[in-house]
Design a protein around this ligand. Structure first.
Ligand code: HEM
Length: 158
């Protein structure tokens, strides 16, 4: 029987994710729509986002162990930020451009799963950024993302 690698394994290793997000945020800081949003980001931000996405894609649990994060903590970083659709689209667009520049795996299946996750994750970030309080319980597990379908419509708190 065929056993698929995780998205993380297929993409490479932790350096693949760290380099992707380092290059991405280098572009973000120069961007007219996003530069201001991220100008005060913490010194750990880039590493944390890389670790978060790597873990969601089936990689090592660095975000929840080494970085002491959780899904609720990640959500909490977006609460009240009042992000908008234009910023969200630019975020996705710049990340996909960076992925191409760095020759991230570009097979249709991987990119479909990758784009699917970015569409899901960024839309959740924008929705949560309009809230005053974090809707997610601290014990909620990290999301996971694989090669397949989303599994149902949006429910607040997922
Ligand atoms: C898949 C989509 C996304 C993921 C996985 C993600 C992940 C994260 C994580 C893990 C943090 C916490 C970083 C830390 O611990 O320092 C964070 C913070 C933040 N994110 Fe996101 N994010 C996403 C989408 C977005 C989008 C689309 C925007 C804006 C357009 C955004 C804006 C921010 C901001 C402003 C912070 C706080 C930065 C700081 O003050 O350090 N995020 N994000």
């Amino acid at each position: 029987m065929k056993t698929n690698p995780t998205l993380y394994q297929w993409a490479g290793d932790i350096q693949t994710f760290e380099i992707l997000f380092e290059s991405f945020y280098y572009q973000v800081l120069k961007d007219n729509l996003l530069g201001g949003v991220f100008k005060d980001m913490s010194s750990q931000h880039i590493k944390h986002v890389a670790h978060f996405v790597a873990q969601v894609f089936g990689g090592p649990s660095l975000y929840t162990s080494e970085d002491r994060g959780s899904h609720a903590i990640m959500i909490g970083h977006h609460i009240g930020k009042m992000l908008n659709e234009e910023q969200r689209q630019r975020w996705v667009q710049l990340l996909l451009l960076t992925a191409d520049e760095l020759a991230l795996k570009s097979d249709p299946e991987f990119r479909s799963a990758f784009v699917g996750y970015l569409e899901w994750g960024t839309r959740i970030a924008v929705i949560n950024s309009q809230l005053v309080n974090n809707p997610m319980a601290s014990e909620e597990p990290m999301p996971t993302w694989g090669w397949g379908e989303t599994g149902g419509p949006f429910v607040q708190g997922n």
